[in-house]
Design a protein around this ligand. Structure first.
Ligand SMILES: Cc1cc2nc3c(=O)[nH]c(=O)nc-3n(C[C@H](O)[C@H](O)[C@H](O)COP(=O)(O)OP(=O)(O)OC[C@H]3O[C@@H](n4cnc5c(N)ncnc54)[C@H](O)[C@@H]3O)c2cc1C
Length: 429
């Protein structure tokens, strides 16, 4: 049964698009994609721009999953960057570090160009700060700052300390900050809807309310739905934390973590300025972090914590209000108007998983909390692979991944235990 959008700030302020249909009957395409989040939709845009006949089948609504529920922060953070550098050396040798560095910024370029090219209305804004939560975290920001300068980004980054932090964030809880003007923030559901509309304008079939029930593998795989079927030369699974396909190959590889997020009531202009004077997005340096930004109507959109057990919370806002008040005492009386949560696919080594179930059935998943920019890079990589240039795809596909030989329930509990350990270790730093 297809589900409506959750009651989020994003759903309440979504742009109206011409309705996307449900699949009725049988169609034949070059490429069929399961999942209408950023991974599926970004790949569809790339394929449609190359003239490929593509259809996306989404079980619920466009951006119904993590893509339409997230913090909206488009940053150069890559979960698993160190693990990637190490593993990618097998294919790339000494170029691995540069490849991973470039991955950090490819997504920003793709999104900026696409939003401009198709005129997508999604409140896209530049400006971000990563804030040191403990004095011992300052070094990692300074290392990142030096790396950015060495790569010619000196004009876009800045280290700030002490009272200077107040130019960007109205709190005294941080010890330093790395300002990055290449990073952006966005109304993510409107970005996803706008990209789906762009793909449609290029001839892609975008179908909602269409859960794929079964993949029939073969020379030309077939996707079976309640009211129709799609036959294709190639299929891509882009269901991330929400799908259960190919258990023989993919179970025990990815675990859905639940992330909660809230939006306050709109703040008066002066109060909003006291919180984020430059309208930049912020997240801190902890392993499980706080992240926040202002929306176009001046709400504070605030996310905190991750439930690695993957279970729903009974009161999403309860742990957020103390975190908001601790960060911004000036918001002591602020009310939360929206609280929602979503699931993101976490991989154990935090490297995104790209690969094949069979030669003509691909998958891409698992951005471990940092998926807006990454899913757009992966969309480019998947479209290239599907149309014959598998260079970058092969680099990801040859990465080794942990696989827990247990079901999701036990796997999520093992993951929660591992993350608890990392958090405890971090607290000692
Ligand atoms: C609360 C939260 C905050 C986050 N904040 C940030 C952030 O600030 N910055 C950042 O970079 N990342 C963030 N992320 C992560 C980011 O949102 C995700 O990594 C990214 O959106 C994943 O995109 P996706 O398309 O792979 O998956 P999803 O957006 O989850 O899409 C998967 C889609 O597949 C569909 N599907 C599943 N099974 C089927 C089926 N059988 N048939 C048809 N369709 C199916 C689902 O309905 C769903 O719509 C956050 C995530 C959450 C949950």
């Amino acid at each position: 049964m297809a589900e409506p959008y959750c009651k989020s700030y994003y759903a309440a302020t979504a742009n109206t698009t011409a309705p996307f249909p449900r699949l009725e009957g049988s169609i034949d395409v070059d490429v069929a994609i399961i999942g209408g989040g950023f991974t599926g939709i970004a790949t569809a845009v790339e394929l449609a721009e190359r003239g490929v006949r593509v259809a996306v089948l989404e079980a619920n609504r466009i951006g119904w999953g993590a893509s339409g529920r997230n913090g909206g922060q488009i940053t150069g953070s890559l979960s698993g960057d160190k693990a990637m550098e190490k593993q990618f050396r097998r294919n790339l040798g000494s170029e691995a570090a540069e490849f991973v560095w470039n991955l950090r910024w490819r997504g920003q370029d793709i999104i900026r160009r696409r939003v401009g090219k198709y005129g997508i209305r999604c409140d896209l804004k530049h400006g971000h700060m990563q804030a040191a939560y403990r004095p011992s975290h300052i070094t990692e920001l300074e290392d990142m700052y030096r790396a950015a300068c060495a790569h010619g980004m000196g004009d876009e980054v800045e280290m700030v300390y002490g009272a200077d932090l107040h130019r960007y964030v109205g709190t005294g809880i941080y010890h330093a900050g790395l300002v990055n003007r290449r990073n952006m923030h966005v109304h993510s559901l409107n970005l996803c809807l706008g990209e789906a509309d762009a793909a449609r304008s290029l001839g892609a079939g975008i179908f909602i309310d269409t859960p794929v029930e079964k993949i029939i593998y073969g020379d030309r795989p077939e996707l079976v739905t309640a009211r129709g079927r799609v036959r294709a030369d190639k299929v891509m699974i882009a269901g991330n934390g929400y799908h259960h396909f190919a258990p023989g190959k993919l179970s025990g590889m990815i675990f859905p973590a639940t992330l909660g997020i809230v939006a306050t009531e709109p703040l008066p202009e002066e109060l909003a300025k006291s919180v984020l004077p430059q309208d930049f997005a912020v997240y801190d340096t902890r392993f499980v972090l706080d992240y926040y930004r202002l929306t176009a109507d001046r709400r504070l959109l605030f996310g905190s914590g991750t439930n690695y057990k993957g279970t729903a919370s009974s009161d999403i806002g309860a742990p957020m209000l103390p975190a908001i008040r601790k960060t911004f005492p000036q918001l002591a009386d602020v009310k939360i108007e929206f609280a929602w949560e979503g699931q993101d696919g976490i991989t154990i080594n935090r490297i995104p998983q790209l690969g094949n179930v069979t030669p003509n059935v691909f998958y891409a998943q698992g951005y471990s909390g940092h998926g807006i920019a990454t899913s757009h890079v992966i969309g480019e990589i998947m479209a290239a692979a599907i149309t014959g240039n598998a260079r970058d795809f092969d680099i990801f596909a040859s990465a080794w991944h942990w696989r827990l030989p247990v079901g999701r329930y036990l796997g999520n509990r093992a993951l929660a235990l591992g993350m608890w350990y990392f958090q405890k270790m971090e607290a000692l730093r």
